[in-house]
Design a binder for this molecule. Structure first.
Ligand SMILES: [Zn+2]
Length: 463
């Protein structure tokens, strides 16, 4: 992306200017810097509150807090590893040695790309850990987040242009980036996406660890596997969906245990990815945040109806979910890749729902950006907490009618919401009515005065 290339050129100019300006090597100052430190990073204007920012990403001077050692950018919020490896389940690696220059104003300016990454990532980790701390749930992070850079392969076949959260290591891993756009490690939205996985992992993935129906490995949160995603994008499921729709209309479809496990792998990964995309969108206020780094994802991950090729806000239907589950592959490993890739299809729909709901709540209640963020962050965390309770209760199904559907999960979410007016209620009603179980069966009714909700969704004729 051109913007990034320009950014890099500006960085070189600025570093050059600073050298000429202060005329001394900065190393000694950086070695002793700790606590609260002014640093120049590259970040979205929406995150740094830089009103002068005219491009999605630009330079900004920010305060890094509770830094123990600026050279390695380690502190209360983050700790970095390079040339990392996994030894007996533990993360080993070398601390990076950043190089900074100090401006006349006392701002530390990264001298090279590695230093730019650690300074920028520390800032995002600081924001997201502090956000996590402000939310209401158990087992919040109390250790610095581990972030891995400059490491070719840890546990994935793909070794470039990817980022993921590794639940076993409790680390966010950035692989080498070679696409020539905004590097993934400087993309604040991508960082927030991966950070969300750490919360989902702690609350939900660990809760279903011993569940048979969730026993297909789902812990590796690949951001994207571009080859499989390409295959998936070029695959047309519509014929199979049509056939299945006819079959489902005739009566329940029987399922074997493997089908059920693939189904739940798709369901949980889809919701994990979707909520993570929502978290990323909300952090940077940018519905195409992934495309700044990986432009080929734009059609599947961008959070609007047109990019997702749908006319109304909806999830995947029962027939679509099963068509994905029934995709045959030569090996389980290949099928895992396939279901992983398809999970982003469900994920994008989930993310788009939460984005639309968030925008509706903001508009209808006249909330500021800060207010709606605070409200919706806790709303999403409450949903994650409810998934951590409901998903482990799911038992093996023998027919499709016994499966917990994506809409059933959303029904649980929606009925837990305070609904302030008719417009909010209609959005939720129309969304649920996409599912045949609720089609034309719901209505918005005024709730009693004792309730903090002004409206509730009720089944027609039953009150
Ligand atoms: Zn992800």
């Amino acid at each position: 992306m051109k913007l990034w290339v320009q950014g890099a050129a500006i960085l070189l100019l600025l570093v050059g200017g600073s050298i000429a300006g202060c005329g001394k090597s900065f190393k000694g100052d950086a070695d002793s810097a700790s606590g609260r430190i002014k640093v120049q990073i590259i970040a979205p204007g929406s995150v740094t509150n830089d009103t002068a920012a005219t491009t999605p990403y630009s330079f900004a001077v920010v305060d890094l807090l509770d830094v123990y050692d600026l050279v390695s950018s380690s502190g209360k919020y983050a700790q970095f590893y390079t040339r990392a490896s996994r030894v007996e389940g533990h993360l080993l690696g070398t601390q990076p040695r950043g190089q900074f220059l100090k401006s006349k104003e006392g701002t530390f300016v990264p001298k090279n790309f590695l230093t730019q990454q650690i300074a920028t990532l520390y800032y995002h980790a600081q924001n997201l850990v502090r956000l996590e701390t402000s939310l209401d749930f158990d087992s919040k992070r109390n250790k610095p987040l581990k972030i891995v850079l400059d490491t070719p392969v840890l546990n994935t076949k793909q070794n470039e242009n990817n980022a993921f959260f590794d639940g076993d290591l409790d680390a966010i891993v950035f692989l080498k980036y070679s696409e020539g756009n905004l590097p993934l490690s400087l993309n604040g939205g991508v960082f927030a996406h991966e950070y969300f996985h750490s919360i989902f992992d702690k609350l939900v993935i660990r809760a279903v660890k011993n569940s048979d129906v969730f026993s297909i490995p789902i812990a590796i949160n690949k951001l994207i596997n571009s080859k499989t995603l390409d295959d998936v994008k070029n695959k047309d499921l519509s014929e199979q969906v049509k056939k299945l729709t006819v079959k489902l209309a005739e009566g329940p479809v029987t399922l074997d245990a493997d089908n059920v496990k693939w189904y739940y792998s798709l369901l949980i990964k889809g919701f994990n990815e979707g909520l993570a995309d929502y978290w990323g969108w909300q952090y940077v206020n940018d519905s195409a945040f992934i495309a700044h780094s990986l432009p080929q994802t734009i059609t599947t991950r961008k959070l609007d109806l047109k990019s997702q090729n749908i006319e109304t806000l909806q999830l995947l239907s029962e027939a679509e979910m099963l068509s994905i589950v029934y995709q045959v592959s030569e090996s389980d490993e290949e099928k895992l890749d396939l279901v992983n890739a398809y999970s982003y299809l469900l994920g994008a729909r989930v993310a788009l729902f939460f984005k639309t709901y968030s925008e509706t709540v903001q508009r209808e209640r006249g909330l500021s950006d800060t207010e709606v963020k605070k409200n919706m962050n806790q709303t999403v965390i409450n949903f994650v907490k409810s998934l951590a309770k409901s998903l482990p209760q799911i038992t093996m199904a023998s027919a499709q009618t016994e499966l917990k559907s994506p809409y059933a999960l959303m029904y649980d979410f929606i009925t837990a919401q305070e609904i302030k007016n008719q417009n909010e209620c209609n959005l939720l009603r129309l969304f649920l009515e996409n599912d045949p179980n609720w089609s034309n069966k719901l209505e918005c009714v005024a709730s009693g005065q004792s309730s903090s909700s002004q409206f509730k969704l009720a089944t027609k004729g039953v009150q």
